[in-house]
Design a protein around this ligand. Structure first.
Ligand code: G
Ligand code: G
Ligand code: MN
Ligand code: NA
Length: 249
């Protein structure tokens, strides 16, 4: 419960930061944008991962405030990057229950002046499991503003193929668990079927968690349009953006 107290202070104290990991266009072999990944610089425990504190933030009811902060910060920071780079923000299902989500979004766009076309939102299949109609309404409203929408971690969790047909996402992100060991025939089969599904549905398809050149070569050969992973770069502070682009392009 000590951590709960600390987390309530974290936004106010400026202890949250965004790190950014590049998304690479397979065709051009160039950086197309960056995914924002939140980090909490705890005063005594060092950098904490969102997989630890996001569930806590949801539980204690401050995820809306944190989500608004993420949108604001990601849009503001991305507005100063080269105008051909996108920024991706993760949103949890709880945020879609927030009455102020669209207001928070509009405020972040207005304050930063970021072209809405450069903002991508990443959601997992689980957002469509509960309050599906309400969520689809919100996704439509985002689409009307010009945002790009990605289905994150595809193939994991309690996923049903039905969810992907409920909304025309722009991109599917293949979960890194399938990319990790492509020598397993089961994983290659799953990757192939996700790629073929994405083609049939007219969506781009990104492979997450690429750590080796061998994985990259296999996934390009299979037809992935986009790539992400430690092989290109780990998530790094905003000050490293230009350096990461220069290294990869
Ligand atoms: O970067 P890392 O592997 O530690 O991220 C762990 C998880 O936290 C990922 O599933 C990622 O989608 C999620 N995450 C990272 N940043 C944010 C954020 O700003 N908001 C939400 N809702 N989830 C985030
Ligand atoms: O759930 P989501 O896909 O948003 O979270 C992505 C998470 O995966 C981030 O926490 C990020 O730090 C992590 N990640 C990104 N690339 C790699 C990689 O190549 N290998 C591993 N093990 N993790 C990665
Ligand atoms: Mn993501
Ligand atoms: Na993911």
């Amino acid at each position: 419960r000590e951590m709960e107290f600390d987390l309530r202070q974290a936004v106010r104290n400026g202890e949250l930061v965004l790190h950014y990991q590049p998304l690479v266009d397979a065709g051009r072999c160039a950086v197309s944008g960056f995914e924002a990944l939140m980090r909490w610089e705890h005063p005594t425990r060092g950098f904490l991962s969102p997989s630890v504190f996001i569930p806590l933030a949801e539980e204690i009811g401050i995820i809306e405030e944190m989500g608004a902060w993420t949108l604001q910060t990601a849009c503001r920071e991305a507005a100063s990057w080269s105008s051909d780079l996108s920024v991706s923000v993760n949103m949890s299902p709880i945020q879609f229950g927030s009455a102020t989500l669209l207001q928070d979004l509009d405020r972040a766009l207005a304050e930063s002046g970021l072209d809405p076309k450069r903002l991508q939102i990443e959601v997992t299949e689980s957002v469509l499991m509960h309050e599906g109609d309400r969520t689809i309404g919100m996704l439509r409203a985002m689409r009307e503003r010009g945002l790009t929408l990605s289905m994150d971690d595809f193939g994991t969790g309690y996923s049903s193929l039905g969810y992907i047909s409920r909304f025309p996402f722009d991109k599917i992100k293949i979960d890194q668990s399938f990319v990790r060991d492509l020598r397993r025939p089961e994983n290659i089969a799953i990757v192939r079927s996700i790629i073929s599904l994405s083609r049939a549905l007219n969506m781009n398809v990104l492979a997450e968690g690429i750590e080796t050149r061998e994985q990259m070569d296999i996934l390009i050969n299979e037809g992935c349009t986009d790539m992400q992973g430690y092989f290109f770069a780990k998530p790094r502070p905003a000050t490293d953006i230009a350096g990461v682009v220069a290294e990869i392009d």
